[in-house]
Design a protein around this ligand. Structure first.
Ligand code: PLP
Length: 456
């Protein structure tokens, strides 16, 4: 064996290690190493060859605070100096503080958290809690959703081509469509009608599947992220809440992407004044500086486990570094007024994105909430033929959005071009300035010509 301290680490050897020794997520394994990032600050990061890149994706919608906020970096450093981690049977100061902070910021009586390392695990925990609390097995989930890469979370991620290779099978995940007014599958004329028809269909599915006797929970993204920035019509989520109440089904809101200000409110459910029974969080919980997620449940569910064994756990649950980062990050959201700022900058971004639609025939619709804006790419505005067919992401050469992504990168910017659907998503950090939005729009204006070229 080589001396393990002296492995070659030139740029060429690092590239070789990337290509030969790593799995790269959700993609064909590359022939060429991706650009290496060496530092980051605010809404930008810098690659090894010295290029500055404007980040309109917040790295999969996680760096809500921007990169390298010194207050969070310091909190991590201070925690690392005294205690990096300890077995979860012990309390730590940041873990206890975070549990209280989550009870404070989440709506209603959501008040007991299981802490995880990321979003998928938060959803795994939510599903296990729903099974244990209700004693039932079935979970209703929506087509065009993504809940994470682990087995149950992936099985719940219906209609996302990433799910096809690895669903758990069985009838325990029952899929329903979600409202998508631009392409309403029930041919509704208005968003209101779209909500009504989806609620009607959902109620039928609930009864066909055995109602509250059989169904433990329904899981949904209050505003769908990776599968297309789908904002439900106003009546939909209150309607789902009412149906869940009527049939005694738990409602799980997956706010892994939408939580912590992304949509211009602390949580997307706040826009509709509903309180889910379980909310799942990650990403923005600490701005992604250290892996962390959380599954937060309402008080009666939390109390249930005083008398029933809680059958779940993990070595790193409540890791001290992740919790210390979250305690600081959550205070920063409040100190800097970032939630309100996301609403304000979001409406500016929306206006500027709508201007792009006037110039680019490839944009069929612009929609979103807060700093979560989607451009739906079509080949033809009349027919609404999607630019990226369903499953295009998993086929070589099947995703014309990647041409836009490549052009943007050449121009010094990233957006979320590799989403599974036909939507290019814009989700800059909540600290983004007007000037940076203008700069991003200018670059998008150039790069979208790549997609216009596919229009018929
Ligand atoms: C809504 C939603 N849930 C869950 C996840 C999974 O989170 P993670 O990648 O941290 O496991 C994601 C990731 O993008 C997500 O968008």
């Amino acid at each position: 064996m080589q001396n393990l301290r002296n492995l070659p680490d030139t740029p060429e050897s690092l590239d070789q290690y990337e290509v030969e020794h790593l799995f790269h997520s959700w993609s064909f394994q590359p022939e060429k190493a991706p650009a290496r990032v060496v530092s980051a600050k605010g809404a930008r990061f810098t690659t090894e060859d010295g290029r500055e890149i404007l980040d309109f994706s917040s790295c999969f919608v996680s760096h809500n605070l921007g990169h390298q906020d010194p207050r969070v970096v310091d909190a991590i450093r201070r925690q690392a100096n005294t205690l990096t981690s300890i077995a979860p049977v012990f309390s730590t100061r940041p873990r206890a503080m975070l549990a209280r902070l989550l009870a404070e910021v989440t709506p209603g009586d959501l008040s007991r958290s299981f802490l995880t390392l990321g979003g998928a695990e938060a959803n795994e925990a939510a599903i296990k809690i729903a099974h244990q609390y209700t004693g039932r097995r079935k979970i209703i989930t929506q087509y065009q959703s993504y809940h994470g890469g682990t087995t149950a979370a992936m099985s719940a991620s219906a209609g996302d081509a990433r799910n096809w290779a690895q669903t758990q099978g069985g009838a325990e995940f029952v899929r329903v469509p979600q409202p998508y007014p631009y392409r309403c599958m029930f041919h509704s004329a208005t968003p209101e009608e779209c909500a009504e028809r989806h609620l009607d269909y959902l109620e039928r599915v609930i009864t066909w599947e055995g109602g509250g006797d059989q169904i433990a929970a329904m899981i949904l993204e209050p505003v769908t992220g990776a599968n297309g920035i789908l904002v439900p019509p106003d009546a939909y989520l209150p309607g789902v809440r009412a149906l869940c109440d009527r049939y005694g089904i738990l409602l799980i809101a997956d706010e892994v992407m939408t939580g912590f200000g992304r949509t211009g409110a602390w949580f997307a459910v706040n826009h509709w004044n509903i309180v889910p029974d379980i909310i799942t969080l990650a990403k923005g919980i600490n701005g992604a500086y250290v892996p962390l997620g959380a599954c937060v449940v309402r008080k009666p569910i939390g109390d249930f486990f005083k008398e029933h064994f809680f059958s779940h756990g993990a070595t790193y649950a409540g890791h001290a570094l992740g919790c210390a980062a979250a305690v600081e990050a959550i205070a920063c959201y409040q100190d800097d007024g970032l939630i309100e700022r996301a609403a304000e900058m979001g409406s500016y971004l929306m206006t500027r994105a709508q201007e792009l639609q006037e110039r680019h025939p490839c944009i069929g619709e612009v929609r979103g909430k807060g700093l979560f804006v989607g451009l739906e790419l079509v080949k033809n505005r009349e027919t609404k033929e999607p630019m990226v067919p369903i499953g295009g992401k998993t086929k070589p050469g099947g995703n014309p959005k990647l041409a836009v992504g490549r052009k943007l990168f050449e121009l010094g910017m990233i957006a979320m071009a590799a989403n599974p659907g036909t939507v290019l998503a814009l989700a800059p950090p909540l600290i983004i300035t007007r000037d940076e939005i203008d700069e991003g729009i200018k670059k998008l204006d150039i790069a979208l010509a790549e997609a216009d070229a596919f229009c018929e």
